[in-house]
Design a protein around this ligand. Structure first.
Ligand code: ADP
Ligand code: MG
Length: 283
């Protein structure tokens, strides 16, 4: 099944010109079933490495359209959780579903990416020799078999989508520069742009602010906030100012420790939670 079957039935150029919303798919009827509200749910997930439980009955769900921050000490299992969601690691036990119907434990990594989950690793992986705009163009064409057949139709809107994405990631004036010449923060934004070109329904970001300057970190928070309504996001991060900028006063924050959920609530809530203070924030 093509991930963008809904788009295929409509005039794609309309989507391309309709603003930020064209870059993602929060709710796509007939494709990812979010009728119960969740874009992703993990239930009782266990991952053991030589008897050590990196994930120990992890249960968690993300609402469609939500930007969820995940915090927790090193070794809590945050990256392992993303490995499970993206098919890199098979759980020993438990359920992992995209929407109500897509069982991610039965799919391999390319299939999961194709189903609409994009993952941003810590280190930016851009094509250094290629201009910024070409990085976006290449991202649009990779692992989309159906793209070729639609090419004639899409060409006229492809340029518009690239330009729109350049605007969102704030790299319009760098479009013709080689990606290798960008700053670390710009490269991270470019990589997010490349993920957006694939129109993910859910974007996973593992410590995206690591190694960034304070300014770059806040620019990234602004970018992710701007993507609300475009795709659902799960952001693992240590930088508490960054988390505060994403979660605001009402956003939900999940605290993981020892392979499970330790606490869940607004940032203020979890900061006041006794076990969170003990195991993570310190007194
Ligand atoms: P976090 O991202 O929260 O820092 P990780 O998911 O990277 O935590 O790691 C959770 C635990 O699982 C750690 O104790 C880590 O050493 C262990 N772990 C992760 N991947 C492997 C692996 N491939 N083999 C053995 N142990 C692993
Ligand atoms: Mg990690």
């Amino acid at each position: 099944m093509a991930p963008n079957s809904m788009l295929m039935n409509e005039d794609i150029s309309d989507h391309a010109l309709s603003g930020v919303a064209s870059l993602g798919r929060v709710v796509t009827p007939g494709e990812i079933d979010v009728s119960h509200g969740a874009i992703l749910y993990l239930d009782d997930v266990v991952v053991s490495f030589d008897g050590f439980r990196a994930l120990d009955a992890l249960t968690l769900s993300i609402d469609a359209g939500e930007l969820r921050c995940i915090i927790g000490p090193n070794g809590a299992g945050k990256t392992t959780m993303m490995d499970v969601i993206t098919g890199k690691t098979r759980p020993d036990h438990g359920k992992v579903f995209l929407g109500q119907t897509i069982d991610l434990t039965r799919m391999n990594e390319p299939e999961i990416a194709h189903a609409g989950i994009g993952r941003k690793f810590q280190k930016p992986t851009v094509f250094e020799q290629h201009p910024v705009w070409e990085n976006l163009e290449l991202a649009m064409k990779t692992d989309k078999g159906w793209w070729t057949s639609l090419r004639a139709r899409l060409d006229r809107s492809a340029q518009a989508r690239i330009e729109e994405t350049l605007g969102i990631i704030g790299l319009e004036s760098e479009a013709r520069r080689a990606a290798g010449e960008l700053s670390h923060g710009q490269k991270q934004r470019l990589e997010i742009g490349m993920l957006l070109m694939q129109q993910p329904a859910l974007l996973l970001l593992d410590e995206p602010a690591a190694g960034m300057t304070d300014d770059e970190t806040m620019q990234l928070a602004e970018l992710l906030n701007q993507l609300r309504g475009t795709c659902s996001m799960m952001v693992v991060e240590h930088d508490m100012e960054f988390v505060a900028a994403l979660a605001g006063e009402t956003g939900k924050v999940t605290v993981m420790a020892e392979g499970r959920v330790l606490a869940h609530g607004t940032l203020d809530n979890v900061k006041q939670n006794e076990s969170v203070i003990e195991s993570y924030l310190g007194r």
